[in-house]
Design a protein around this ligand. Structure first.
Ligand code: AMP
Ligand code: GLY
Length: 415
């Protein structure tokens, strides 16, 4: 199989690293890829999706896998399908589960799936009246894609109104804030739940937890994610079956009824309150850094699993009875501003660990940190403790100026 992977992060590198070990995989292309994916395959500099589809046809690409949400939201799947290509990911219409929070909330309400009480509107007076009826903390979200930054947790009504007004005026998130979702604050613990879907059926992947804050003890600003681990014992069998039956199944059948069957990765951001799963958000792709810890837990050929899902005949998936922990190593000024390029030195890679490269460039066979999240140190083990230890042993072998990482990834279960 020749495979094209869309994206340039640690997520796409981890998919490539898994596929590289599969005998059935022949050539791999990354568009655009990063400074380290050139060691797994070939980087392609084509931004236009029609041209990329032509490249895939001309180069006998058998399967395209889309990493990030942006190309999905812009309809890359629809374009590739028009050219009779096999592509794993949702159509532009189905991607609205992620690209529009008001679409997602209305969908959840229509199909009776638990989520925080909300109002979505572009009218400030309506929003202000709704906020007046709320108590405690209030969550204000921009409707469109904001790279994980469009959510404000307001401590009181005045803060909530101010946040909503700034979003509607286009001050905080531009066009993404033309419409606003205001919702009740849910107090519980979060899970990242992933299902591979073929339009009708799904298979669940190990349940992960992400660490969105920059600093230890979940302090500091929000980031794209500073680390993850899987599977989490916080997701009990009972909870997993509730998520499958009360969230994933009605979502897939609801999307079919809406005429937008969902094929691809359904990533449900769950808040568990009193042992009940509430949907915080949908994403229509793998999480980053969750993907980096899920890939090493998949037994069997990912290429076949994703190919079969893309053509609507999903197969079961077998998983390793192991744990994986991923620690994101970021550059000095992340997440505030970019940092100067720095040479990366890796002393050695200890056993049961590996690196997934993200914000890196390559010059004269050396890797340089040139992005916010630079790489992810992944440790594996028979227990979470062991996997955590292996991930942090690897962190100690990585050196570049200004590097920063959290020291408490998987703290939720390493007490
Ligand atoms: P979202 O992009 O909607 O997942 O929101 C980003 C983060 O904001 C989530 O991962 C939660 O930590 C937090 N969050 C979002 N909505 C709520 C809510 N209704 N109650 C509590 N926390 C929330
Ligand atoms: N790690 C969360 C995300 O990928 O959106």
């Amino acid at each position: 199989m020749n495979i094209l992977i869309i994206g340039n992060g640690g997520r796409e590198y981890s998919i490539g690293l898994k596929l590289k070990k599969e005998k059935i995989v022949n050539k791999m292309y990354f568009a655009p890829g990063n400074g380290a994916t050139i060691n797994l395959g070939e980087n392609i500099e084509i931004n236009d999706y029609e041209k990329l589809a032509k490249f895939a046809v001309d180069n006998n690409v058998d399967l395209t896998i889309v990493g990030p949400e942006m190309p999905l939201g812009k309809g890359i799947v629809d374009i590739f399908k028009k050219h009779n290509l096999i592509i794993f990911g949702p159509s532009k219409d189905a991607a609205r589960l992620e690209t529009s929070k008001s679409y997602m909330k209305d969908f959840l309400q229509k199909y009776g799936i638990k989520t925080a009480k909300y109002l979505s509107s572009s009218n400030y007076d309506e929003i202000s009246k709704f906020i007046d009826k709320m108590d405690g903390k209030i969550v204000v979200k921009a409707d469109g894609l904001c790279a994980g930054k469009g959510v404000i947790i307001a401590n009181n009504k005045d803060e909530a109104k101010k946040a909503a007004k700034e979003m509607l005026d286009g001050k905080s998130f531009g066009d993404a804030g033309e419409k606003v979702v205001v919702e009740e604050f849910l107090d519980g613990f979060e899970l990242s739940f992933f299902a591979i879907c073929d339009g009708k059926n799904f298979v669940s992947l190990p349940v992960a937890q992400d660490h969105k804050k920059l600093l230890d003890k979940d302090e500091g600003p929000n980031t794209g994610g500073m680390g993850a681990y899987a599977p989490t014992p916080l997701a009990t069998k009972e909870l997993i079956s509730k998520i499958e039956n009360e969230v994933v199944k009605p979502t897939l059948s609801g999307m079919q009824k809406e005429g937008s069957s969902f094929c691809g990765v359904l990533f449900v951001g769950i808040m568990v309150v009193d042992n009940k799963p509430y949907v915080l958000e949908f994403n229509v792709r793998f999480g980053d850094p969750e993907c980096e810890v899920i890939m090493p837990l998949i037994d069997g050929n990912l290429s076949e699993i994703l190919y079969e899902a893309a053509v609507g005949r999903l197969k079961p998936i077998s998983l390793k009875n192991q744990f994986a922990v991923g620690v994101v190593v970021a550059s000095q000024n992340y997440p505030y501003k970019s940092s100067p390029e720095k040479l990366i030195k890796i002393e050695e890679i200890p056993e049961n660990s590996h690196i997934c490269y993200a914000g890196v460039s390559s010059k004269n066979r050396e890797l340089y940190a040139d992005g916010g999240r630079v790489l992810v140190c992944v440790g594996k083990g028979d227990t979470i403790k062991q996997a955590t230890k292996n991930a942090y042993e690897l962190c100690k072998k990585v050196k570049f100026d200004g590097m920063q990482y959290r020291s408490d990834i998987a703290y939720q279960v390493n007490k």
